[in-house]
Design a protein around this ligand. Structure first.
Ligand code: PEP
Ligand code: MN
Length: 345
């Protein structure tokens, strides 16, 4: 950590800062420049609170040299992490192909969609049983009945399943049914929920909040990692923009930007990022070209009957075509797509 002192700082103020540093068992290295004086802080700073130094008279700024997301950072783990979801690898050159409807609606519907996306090359099945809706009057999901349908459908078609949890009190229930637990954009900074999923043994799909910075996303991942769960996959799903032409603003640069900071895999969700079926394909391919470790796409066999997010759903045949293009791009980039090898929970 570096403490930058204000111009005109007094000797007494400098002495006070140094005493503070030393009282924490750390060493202070004073460097007096022509215009500015700085103090380098040396030693184990894990218990140090930089903001407190900011409050000392004479201090202009405090700069942390190491990122606060210690476990998520490349310093902690220089190689890309590979997250294993029931045999499906994500990261380190392995692409996730997550597909399925926004919400689980019925066993028949889930079966038909799972069959089609599996045939097209999806390796993880998605479906929400607890839906985060802006309106309390909108469809809220099937709850535990939906989790059962998702589990049975995944088992029948040999696909691991991912589903969202919104309530810390439901984590134990969702963990029983899911192979991967999704934290949605709206809950990215629900720290109680992050702590709960961090205590599970299931991989977590952590979506970027719609107004969250990349560092915010990594700090949320840190909550999960710090509880002992190492299996976090980040997801860029668009941030709030100003233009209603797309549902959100797809931040494709977030993919390489995360990769220079973190070892965690990052996938893209062009369905929620764009909200438009005609833009999902180009943005999925752009995400993979930018280095994403997978794509998350909503597919529905009758969008006009969908209980949520119908307007952005791809039809099974559209997904089939896109999956072929993603495979071709993956081959060009030397990436592997783990086949779903079948799974029984
Ligand atoms: C979803 O995956 O259906 C969903 C609600 O996503 P997000 O949290 O990204 O809006
Ligand atoms: Mn959705």
């Amino acid at each position: 950590m570096i403490i930058i002192l204000k111009s005109g700082v007094t000797d007494a103020q400098i002495k006070h800062v140094i005493e503070r540093v030393e009282s924490l068992g750390l060493r202070a290295h004073l460097s007096c420049g022509t215009h500015r004086t700085i103090i380098g802080v040396i030693g184990d700073k894990s218990q140090l609170q930089p903001a407190r130094f900011q409050a000392i008279p004479g201090v202009a700024d405090v700069i942390s040299v190491l990122p606060s997301y210690k476990l998520a950072s490349l310093d902690a783990h220089p190689e890309p992490s590979i997250v294993n979801v029931k045999g499906v690898k994500i990261g380190g050159g392995n692409l996730a192909m997550i597909a399925g409807p926004c919400a689980v609606e019925s066993a028949e519907r889930m079966d038909a969609i799972a069959k089609s996306v599996r045939a097209s090359g999806a390796n993880i099945l998605r479906g929400g049983a607890f839906k985060p809706r802006t309106s309390p009057y909108a469809y809220q999901g099937m709850g535990e009945e939906g989790l059962k349908i998702l589990r049975e459908t995944g088992d029948k078609h040999g696909l691991p399943v991912v589903t969202e949890v919104m309530d810390p009190r439901r984590v134990e229930m969702v963990e029983r049914y899911a192979d991967m637990i999704q934290i949605g954009a709206r809950n990215m900074q629900n720290f109680v929920l992050l702590t709960e999923v961090g205590s599970t043994k299931k991989p977590v799909l952590l979506k970027r909040g719609m107004s969250a910075t990349i560092v915010d996303l990594l700090m949320s991942a840190e909550y999960i990692l710090s509880q002992g769960n190492p299996d976090v996959v980040l997801c860029e799903r668009g941030v709030k923009g100003f233009d209603p032409a797309t549902r959100n603003l797809f931040d494709v640069a977030a993919v390489p930007a995360c990769k220079v900071l973190s070892h965690l895999p990052i996938i893209v969700d062009p369905s929620h990022a764009t909200g438009r079926p005609d833009l999902i394909g180009p943005c999925a391919l752009a995400g993979v070209a930018a280095g994403a470790d997978g794509v998350h796409i909503e597919v529905h066999n009758c969008p006009e009957e969908a209980m949520s997010d119908g307007p952005q759903a791809l039809l099974p045949e559209q997904y089939q075509q896109l999956a072929g293009q993603i495979r071709a791009l993956a081959a060009l980039l030397g990436k592997t797509i783990s086949p779903a090898a079948g799974c029984k929970s």
